[in-house]
Design a protein around this ligand. Structure first.
Ligand code: IMP
Ligand code: MG
Length: 184
């Protein structure tokens, strides 16, 4: 797997430190509040599991799943579909949506729309990475660990064609790995 990596953009230790700082901030901001954290599958898996274990009070956890990419593609599909919705009743809850990356914003806009229908007390967005270059909606993350430039990255939950989520850092793949029939 290491042979496929072009450049490490964010190291394991940088991620660890930033996630700790973020968890401390959330601990202050949501103190004395009912907090439900909703992870966006599959990309948020690693970030979510590290983050929630550093929050010092009981939170409810649920997941939602959206489909933005078709197979081995680095370009989002025209329409984002919600393919698995939340089960928890969030009516008296403050909701924090956690995702791996905010890119065009299509996925999180659709998810915010969907969760708004469940009438929570508040909705905020927390992402590991913010990539503003391809943004199509006006969404701005309330919490974000790193700003990144317009590169397709993998690792720490982020995938290319469902691989590389298990890398402990965020990296760019070598060019020849990203060449597939769909990206040509
Ligand atoms: P958006 O809807 O364009 O904001 O994209 C959000 C989703 O696209 C994220 O949850 C990721 O799963 C995926 N995505 C966007 N950029 C990247 C990237 O650089 N690497 C891997 N996945 C990405
Ligand atoms: Mg995702």
């Amino acid at each position: 797997m290491k042979n496929d990596i072009g450049e490490i953009l964010i190291s394991e230790i940088e991620i660890k430190n930033s996630v700790s700082v973020l968890a401390q901030k959330l601990a202050v901001d949501y103190k004395n509040n009912n907090l439900t954290i909703i992870g966006v599958l599959n990309g948020s898996l690693v970030f979510l599991s590290d983050l929630i274990r550093q929050i010092p009070f009981p939170v409810k956890i649920d997941t939602i799943r959206a489909n933005t990419y078709a197979g081995a593609s680095t370009f989002p599909k025209a329409e984002t579909e919600i393919i698995h919705n939340i089960d928890i009743d969030v009516k008296n809850e403050h909701v924090l949506i956690v995702d791996d990356i905010l890119d065009t914003g299509k996925t999180l806009s659709k998810i915010i729309q969907m969760i708004t229908k469940h009438d929570p007390l508040s909705i905020k967005v927390c992402v590991l990475l913010n990539k503003t270059a391809r943004r199509e909606s006006e969404i701005v993350p309330d919490y974000c660990c790193f700003e990144i430039e317009d590169k397709f990255v993998v690792g720490y939950g982020l995938d290319f064609d469902n691989r590389y989520r298990n890398l402990p850092y965020v990296a760019v793949l070598k060019d020849d790995i990203m060449i597939t029939p769909e990206t040509l």
